[in-house]
Design a binder for this molecule. Structure first.
Ligand SMILES: NC(=O)C1=CN([C@@H]2O[C@H](COP(=O)(O)OP(=O)(O)OC[C@H]3O[C@@H](n4cnc5c(N)ncnc54)[C@H](OP(=O)(O)O)[C@@H]3O)[C@@H](O)[C@H]2O)C=CC1
Ligand SMILES: CC(=O)C(=O)O
Ligand SMILES: [Mg+2]
Length: 756
């Protein structure tokens, strides 16, 4: 990552609207009526309802999703006591992270006061506004009393994040680091630099996970916390060491773990060298760690190193926790954030780091090595799974420990809602996944040795969506599986070139020859073709050894489609096959056809495409409302020798209106009139589309269909799933070479549902 300069950071904050947050409205406000509803007189009604029943505040106001990030600026990052106003960029930053990672709205509140009574009184008095309270960057020891007292005063989730958020992430990282270094927490010698908010909380949480207090040495700005010191507050005093050490250099020698929650540049290379074998260093001071990552790593190779920084591996930062801890707590309307909820977050994070990383995360970090190991012990902040992994774990723990006032009943639905909040998913795909899981089918992957394909196979097998069969060299595939730590040990792998496949290949060769002997193919040629994995996979589907095939990541479209058409071909009543893309727009899914097969369709092909598409759309439990688009509206362009494509559309519509009156289809219509029903019904009120939302678009030819879906994918940012081949006797699907793992997974899901 390129280095960030002071100028970059200042410009980022100053340009445009200064700061990083604004307030947005959530209700219509374009008419006088809207204003009367939003404010006086309409607003009086929700006020009176809340007066009658306080819980209605969650129904009629933003309280349930609103968190206060509150600070007095006394321990801002590792910058120290810089004052309430100077801390505001950090608090706005925290609001920013709450929003982007968990869709939680934040007001940042800076309290210009260091007096504990005044702080407690202020927070207590404003708590009614909020669903939760995140205390931030209050220094120790005052922070402990502030939090303890406020927890008694308010009945909403409240947490001092520098204490507990940090402790949760640090503990998850420590669990995984020790697993890799082969050490036990209850035997580990631990040095903690810092005896403030974060340090004390981290020490306490790892103790509750098994670490021994007697194996710890804690240091503050004056050196080791020893029994002979008379300047210790009660929190520090509980960590006194009886070993005869005073300095960090003495304490760190032969230790197993160093936790830094103090200040930059306190640890030297010599100190790193002096640690025990396979040491773990978490230098978490911000913005600069106790020792820079590179410096520590240059000293020894057996070190597992983490910092609070995003520009090095293993960022231990509380951003991995607070958005999701509060999300889970708010969603069950918890009365507090208790120990059970914190531990649930620890284990959820530690577990997640061991799961295969989605391709989107590797891409976001431009990394190929995000595999559980020394350089990846903790999930990455941009991992989209965090929200639906950590938040439900916290919510469940709140319910189990009896502090949830609004328990979650349908966990699948809750996880879907979490994904939807973040725009990660939509109803249609979720419905398909549920259906696929009910009856997972055997899917053969022609390109079993491709990493993207393997990742997709790993995901669908793990999620129970499909039973993958991989084609390719067994040794090569097994090596890729183990290198990438995919959970695919029991997967079936078939190598068409292997001796064991001879029998299957011979029978496929015979079948191919039977099908193609009058098309000039000899038995020898047929035999040769069976070594090709696309032919082999197609024949597996043809003979029922698999339910569907996916290929295309490394093959040309024609190299898969050609043999598929020749060997399997269209269903008996059809002359053509056709293809469809599902384009996921903000307004819901749109079905586009034909996008990939028929270049210049005649009327019969257009009719078949429309009927096939209608059938396919119904499979998603959606009634197709079909517009046949063109550059003309219902006859506005006169027919001539230059309007052949348009005339074919018109003839198709005539045919469908006569022969399929049950189908809701009309045209020819321009795209804007197709998609905008108000516009359409004003100008063309006579159409059989009536005042309906069109969800299916039939294009006059492949050129326009293909351009349209790619345009909306690139410029509109819509996700597109396809091409879904329609009309084949058996399902064969060809994904585009540039497709992502997510697109392959989507395609497999559809293939499974198609094959059910
Ligand atoms: N990575 C992450 O996610 C997080 C990192 N942090 C970082 O942890 C650090 C501490 O934050 P926080 O606990 O909130 O702040 P506090 O002010 O509560 O604590 C700071 C502690 O650091 C100690 N300290 C200062 N100088 C030294 C020194 N030379 N040697 C040893 N200890 C020293 C202080 O000692 P004394 O008691 O004597 O003053 C104090 O105990 C900050 O750098 C912060 O950025 C915090 C939260 C999250
Ligand atoms: C990350 C954070 O909260 C801190 O450094 O204070
Ligand atoms: Mg902080």
């Amino acid at each position: 990552m390129a280095k960030i300069t002071k100028e970059d950071a200042l410009r980022y904050h100053a340009e445009g609207r200064p700061g990083k947050l604004e307030v947005a409205t959530t209700k219509p406000h374009s008419t006088q009526r809207d204003l009367s509803l939003a404010y006086s007189p309409g607003v009086a009604h929700p006020c009176l309802e809340i007066e009658k029943n306080f819980d209605d505040i969650y129904k009629y106001t933003s309280k349930g999703n609103l968190v206060a990030v509150i600070s007095n600026g006394t321990a801002v990052l590792g910058l120290g006591d810089i004052g309430a106003g100077a801390g505001k960029p950090v608090m706005e930053g925290k609001g920013f992270l709450f929003k982007i990672f968990a869709d939680i709205d934040v007001f940042d509140i800076e309290i210009d006061n260091k007096n504990v009574d005044a702080i407690v009184e202020t927070v207590k008095n404003i708590a009614v506004t909020f669903g939760g309270i995140n205390l931030e960057d209050f220094k120790a020891p005052e922070c402990f009393e502030v939090e303890e007292r406020l927890k008694r005063e308010v009945q909403i989730p409240l947490m001092h994040d520098d204490q507990h958020g940090t402790a949760i992430i640090c503990s998850a990282g420590i669990i995984n680091a020790l697993e890799l270094s082969g050490k036990k927490l209850d035997e580990a010698k631990i040095v903690i630099s810092g005896a403030g908010a974060a340090a004390i909380a981290c020490a306490n949480l790892i103790i509750s996970l098994g670490a021994k207090k007697e194996n710890m040495i804690m240091l503050d700005s004056k050196g080791a916390i020893r029994a002979d010191r008379n300047d210790l507050n009660k929190y520090k005093a509980s960590f006194v060491t009886h070993r005869n050490v005073r300095t960090l250099a003495e304490a760190i020698a032969e230790s197993d773990i160093f936790l830094g929650l103090s200040q930059a540049n306190l640890v030297s290379k010599e100190m790193v060298k002096s640690m025990a074998k396979n040491p773990v260093i978490f230098a978490m001071a911000n913005p600069d760690p106790e020792i820079p990552y590179d410096e520590a790593m240059s000293v020894r190779t057996d070190l597992i190193m983490a910092t609070g920084r995003s520009d090095f591996p293993n960022q231990v930062n509380n951003v991995l926790g607070f958005p999701y801890i509060f999300r889970g707590a708010l969603d069950v309307r918890a009365t507090c954030i208790n120990e059970e909820m914190k531990l649930a977050a620890v284990y959820a994070l530690a577990r997640l780091a061991k799961e295969a990383v989605p391709e989107s995360v590797s891409k976001a970090y431009n990394a190929t090595n995000l595999i559980f190991g020394r350089e990846y012990i903790i999930p990455k902040p941009l991992d989209p799974r965090l929200i639906y992994t950590v938040a439900p774990a916290v919510a469940q723990a709140a319910m189990d420990s009896g502090v949830a006032r609004k328990p979650i009943e349908d966990w699948d639905q809750y996880k879907l809602e979490l994904s939807q909040r973040m725009g990660l998913d939509n109803q249609l795909l979720h419905g398909l996944v549920v259906r696929a899981k009910q009856n997972p089918k055997k899917i053969v992957f022609a390109e079993g040795n491709n990493l993207k394909v393997l990742r997709a196979a790993n995901e669908v097998q793990h999620d129970g969506i499909a039973v993958p069969v991989l084609l390719g060299n067994v040794e090569e595939i097994k090596q890729l599986i183990s290198q990438n730590q995919f959970d695919l040990n029991d997967i079936s792998i078939i190598d068409p070139h292997a001796k064991e496949s001879d029998g299957t290949r011979n029978s496929f060769a015979g079948l191919i020859w039977q099908k193609r002997q009058r098309k000039g193919i000899t038995l020898e040629e047929a035999n040769e073709l069976t070594f090709n994995r696309n032919y082999f996979g197609i024949m597996m589907v043809d003979t029922g050894m698999a339910d569907a095939m996916i290929s295309g990541v490394t093959s040309h479209y024609g190299d898969v489609m050609g043999p598929a058409l020749r060997l399997i071909g269209p269903k008996p009543n059809l002359n053509h096959i056709s293809s469809m893309y599902i384009v996921m727009t903000k307004k819901g899914p749109l079905f586009f056809a034909d996008t990939s097969v028929n270049l210049d369709p005649d009327v019969q092909t257009l009719v078949e495409t429309t009927l096939l598409t209608a059938d396919e759309v119904r499979k998603f439990n959606i009634e197709p409302i079909i517009a046949m688009v063109s550059y003309s509206n219902f006859g506005s362009v006169k027919s001539s020798e230059h309007t052949k494509a348009l005339d074919r559309v018109r003839q198709t519509i005539d045919y469908l209106h006569k022969n399929h009156p049950e189908l809701i289809v009309d045209g020819e219509v321009q795209m804007n009139f197709a998609l905008n029903k108000e516009l359409r019904s004003q100008k063309f009120p006579f159409t059989s589309l009536e005042n309906r939302d069109v969800n299916t678009i039939i294009f006059p030819n492949l050129t326009s269909g293909n351009i349209a879906y790619k345009l909306i994918q690139e410029i509109g940012g819509a996700e597109a799933i396809g091409p879904i081949l329609m009309g084949m006797k058996k399902p064969i699907h060809v994904v585009p070479t540039e497709c992502s793992v997510r697109e392959i997974v989507n395609m497999i899901t559809i293939a499974v549902v198609d094959a059910q």
